[in-house]
Each structure stands twice: as structure tokens, then as C-alpha cells.
Design a protein around this ligand. Sequence first.
Ligand SMILES: Nc1ncnc2c1ncn2[C@@H]1O[C@H](COP(=O)(O)OP(=O)(O)O)[C@@H](O)[C@H]1O
Ligand SMILES: [Mg+2]
Length: 152
Amino acid sequence: MGYKLTTHSEKETIELAQNIESEKFPNMVICLEGDLGSGKTVFTKGFADALGITEAVTSPTFNIIKEYTTGEMPLYHMDVYRLDGRVDELGIEDYFTKGGVTIIEWSDMISDYLPEERLEIKIKVVDDQEDTRVISINPIGSEYEYLCEAVL
Ligand SMILES: Nc1ncnc2c1ncn2[C@@H]1O[C@H](COP(=O)(O)OP(=O)(O)O)[C@@H](O)[C@H]1O
Ligand SMILES: [Mg+2]
């Protein structure tokens, strides 16, 4: 079962990320889809903050992968927009089983490499409503279904 909700500010998207973080588990994978400026990095920063990460979380567009280890659990933050097929070279798939949480911006660009079980989040900007985002959440696998039942 999928979920659909609307946020009306950056703050509400951060709150959603915090709620999901409260049910985190090792090897959790969150796949974020949505156009540039839709709020993927905002969501990730909210999640990182809730994890207690003290480093500044910045968009990993040019680094592809950034690893943060100062929180309750490691966070692997990826932005695969400029990956250009280097999935193996960067060992993308290795992160899914390293015990932390992986958040992937533009995950649709590596759809063949994603783990079968994951949380898919699609963010849509609503035309002419600058701060409104329609967010579709699709849990794949029982752990993610329980998570959604708990927090959404
Ligand atoms: N409801 C909302 N949720 C998330 N971000 C929002 C919202 N409304 C406005 N924004 C703004 O949209 C922008 C999203 O930027 P960012 O998270 O970097 O996008 P992306 O990573 O998807 O390219 C930020 O400037 C943020 O303040
Ligand atoms: Mg981003």
C-alpha cells in the first residue's frame, strides 16, 4: 500500500524525515525521486539532524557519496545524478549492507541496482504553489511496511 501526503513548507518535509528516522533500522535504504529543487536534500538533512549527525550535510552532487559517522547510525548520502554508470567503480551496492542508513537522491537513475526492499519517496512540486510538495511514499518489503504503518 502506498501513502500520499502534502507538505506546505520545508519544515513539514523535515518533520516527515524525522518521523521516518524514528523507526530507522540497520541497512535501511531510502530512495528519493523528484526534480531539482523538489526537496530531496532538505529531506536528507532533516533525517541526518534527527540521527544526531553533527557535521554539516551538504549536497553530494559532485562527490556522489558522502558518509557521515557522528550520528546514532552511519548515514550514506548519495546523489547519483552524475554517476554516469560508475555503479561498480564506486561500490554503490556495498553500502546497502554496511549497517547504516542509505539515502539516494535521483535513485530512479540506478533503478537496476537498488535493493529489492526499500522505501521509495517521490516528491512533486505543485505548479504555482512554491512551498507545497506532494509526497508519495511506497514501502517495498515488510520492514518498510511496518515503518510506514508506525509513522504515517
Ligand atoms: N514543502 C517543502 N519541502 C521541501 N523543500 C521545500 C518545500 N517548500 C519549499 N522548499 C524549498 O525547496 C528547495 C528544495 O531544495 P533541495 O532540497 O536542495 O532540492 P533537491 O535536493 O531535490 O534538488 C529548498 O530551497 C527548500 O527551502
Ligand atoms: Mg539535492
